[in-house]
Design a protein around this ligand. Structure first.
Ligand code: FES
Ligand code: ZN
Ligand code: ZN
Length: 306
């Protein structure tokens, strides 16, 4: 099969629009859409710093790579990759090496925060996580450290690697659960809240398959190991549902996101951002204490009780 735009061999058929593209045209096709999203989602000015959440997986590495191609040359904008070491032997260290080497080669600032600074390494807490899945702790602690670090470096925005599949799954999940308020709070964030660095998602229009293919054809290194604490999560049900819809009607994932984008302004009006205060650890919170501090003290009790 030949590329629709040149005579080179096609590397992919984009099912939702029927086009065949070669490696070069596929790269341009992805980059164009990501750059457009970046322009749409953030408003940068000289002196701004953009933090990028980078785990070393394909999506975060592609996000970092494209942000670097957009802002890398600009001396007045700083990029900083933030990685989190959850304390998972054999899983996290190789991915951190990939991020470190990539950043060094490109001259991108990078830093690592660790669960160990909270004395909460995943290898230690996974066995005492009780009725909660280890991912619950992992997600909450990771978000806390990420936000904390982004705030510390004075970042104006925090980019994450969420792709179209992640977005469509989150939308469906919150719809089915009836969690409309959470639906209203999905990123990208447009309202500035004290202490909370607004997140944006350059890959939100890029299907997961395209993100993977892009990483391969662009020669971006990434880590694809699976976390040992990964469990069949509720989200996987939605992954299957969304994939089936897409299979039967190519373009469904885009439609889910487009419908959500149309509804979002109404949702935002209905659920204005609630007044956040600061937890004693410095994180913004709705109640007295942030979720990370709550989980941490329940874990400490459990560890002592063992
Ligand atoms: Fe959930 Fe690793 S702790 S995937
Ligand atoms: Zn081509
Ligand atoms: Zn706290």
């Amino acid at each position: 099969m030949r590329c629709d735009q040149c005579s080179s061999e096609a590397v992919t058929l984009i099912r939702y629009n029927g086009s065949h593209l070669c490696a070069e045209h596929f790269r341009t096709y992805v980059e164009k859409r990501v750059k457009k999203e970046i322009r749409k989602q953030i408003d940068v000015h000289p002196g701004d710093t953009i933090a990028v959440a980078v785990s070393g997986g394909k999506d975060s590495m592609v996000t970092l790579h494209i942000l670097d191609t957009v802002f890398g040359e600009r001396k007045d904008i700083s990029l900083c990759a933030i990685s989190i070491d959850e304390g998972i032997k054999g899983y996290r260290p190789p991915s951190l090496d990939i991020v470190r080497d990539f950043c060094k080669e490109r001259g991108i600032a990078s830093c690592v925060r660790s669960f160990s600074e909270m004395d909460m390494e995943m290898d230690r807490i996974a066995s005492v996580s009780g009725e909660n899945s280890p991912c619950t702790y992992c997600g909450v602690f990771r978000r806390k450290l990420m936000n904390d670090q982004a705030r510390e470096i004075g970042a104006k925005y925090l980019a994450t690697g969420h792709n179209l599949d992640d977005m469509a799954q989150s939308i469906m999940m919150n719809f089915v659960r009836g969690d409309v308020e959470r639906l209203a709070r999905l990123g990208p964030h447009t309202k500035i809240q004290p202490g909370l660095i607004p997140r944006f998602h350059p890959l939100r229009l890029i299907p997961e398959k395209e993100s993977l293919l892009y990483a391969i054809v662009a020669g971006i290194p990434f880590w694809d190991g699976e976390c040992p604490y990964y469990m069949e999560a509720l989200r996987n049900q939605y992954r299957d549902v969304v994939d089936q819809l897409e299979d039967r009607s190519p373009g469904s994932k885009f439609s889910i996101l487009a419908s959500y984008d149309t509804l979002k302004p109404m949702l935002a009006e209905h659920f204005p951002p609630s007044g956040l205060r600061l937890c004693s650890c410095g994180e913004p919170t709705l109640g007295e204490r942030c979720k990370a501090c709550e989980l941490r003290s329940s874990l400490e009790k459990r560890i002592k009780g063992l």
